[in-house]
Design a protein around this ligand. Sequence first.
Ligand code: 4AD
Ligand code: MG
Length: 479
Amino acid sequence: MSSLRRTEIASLLKEATINEDVLIKGWVRAFRANRFIALNDGSSFGNVQVVVDFENFDEDLLKEISFHSCIEVLGTVVESQGAGQKYEVVAKEIKVLGASNPDEYSLQPKKQTLEFLREKAHFRMRTNTFSAVFRIRHAIAYALHKFYHDRGYYYMHTPIITGSDAEGAGEMFHVTTFSPDNAPRTEDGEVDYKKDFFGKQTNLTVSGQLQAEIAALALGKVYTFGPTFRAENSNTTRHLAEFWMIEPEVAFNDINDNMDLAEDFSKYLINFILDNYPEDLAFLEKRILDMEKQMPKEQRRPMPLIETLRFVVDNEFERITYTDAINLLRNSKPYKKGKFEYDVEWGVDLQSEHERWLVEKKFKKPVIVVDYPKDIKAFYMRQNDDEKTVAAMDVLFPGIGEVIGGSQREERHDLLVKRMQEMDVPEEELSWYLDLRKFGGCPHAGFGMGFERMVLFITGMSNIRDVIPFPRTPGNAEF
Ligand code: 4AD
Ligand code: MG
């Protein structure tokens, strides 16, 4: 078409020279009155308007330009007549790179449901909503590396295939090369994993924590960021079978340092998006406000999205013990009126309705709950002197509930062994983890932040499936 180099739409919208020729490429977001094309190449939230004087173009060519088709335009930059943009491009030459058949799914440039779009991955990412979500998802991933790198942490890659169950919850996807029908068996009729690829039973990791602990007791401060897999049959708006987790682990940190880190880190991520993605956030906020017009008042957000984010970074997180949380809940109005579905009792895990009451009704900001009963938490958490609780913490966010779970780790070899025996955690499999306590162990702590839950909070989306490009959930592994 022309020897010009392509200009990205983001840079064109920011700065262009009037009367200069540019070459742009992108997907058609709308083609109005056979005259105005809204073109987007993913580089920015905004589209550039391409003006087509239809008398200058072949009719067959114009017919091929429709919603979702991909085109290349050579044109001249002019000052925009319309509001909201500085420049537009008057087309001199247009080439269709990829036509699109708008009839196939009776696709119209109008709002589609998020559920419909989940099944049509190629349209989904081109919508305003999802391109905003995925730009922000990218930026959070970038910001987390920056946060830790700037503070002297090392990014540690922990294994995806492992022989251990870090959480001891048995929610694992097994990894094997055996075929289910004719796996070799031992004399007792059990599957003989000694003959399997790794010579033992393996699974996809549920957490990189145990390996990160080894790294922390060598490099001091480390973090992992990788995919995590849980075969829990939870069909909720907050659970995925494949999700990403960020796990910092720090030698010499105690539970209070751990809470400070979790709070600083969360605020850093939110601030980074507030500072760098105001357009995407404003779009997502408006989208929610439009949607809420059809909702009853009590289902609407208490504050618009951006205000919520500012509120969270401007206020200290509330910190309370599990025991205090139970007392507050038992004295709450919904408890007394029998409005909670699940009972509130010391020793029983908080349900999401309880977490949301604490965060949304009682404190109206993120809440860190510490010192949970040891029987509802993992074996590796440090036992407190009361012998009933462990130095565990959950960070609860408005609208979501738990976004971070962490603890100070049990560094005392004998107490850890005892706890593993009580909880039926196989010692032989975790001998390497126990060894860490035998050769220069030290107090240390860390946590795991659910990456998608954080993206969910920052984008204000309501279903976790809508903040990951290709969601995996029970009954669904499409694409
Ligand atoms: O609380 P969890 O299970 O903690 C751990 O795995 C620890 N080993 C972390 C550590 O201390 N290094 O998981 C951590 C976070 C949760 O708070 C939640 O945000 C997220 O991971 N998460 C999930 N996110 C999406 N889908 C799921 N099924 C999730 N399960 C946990
Ligand atoms: Mg947890």
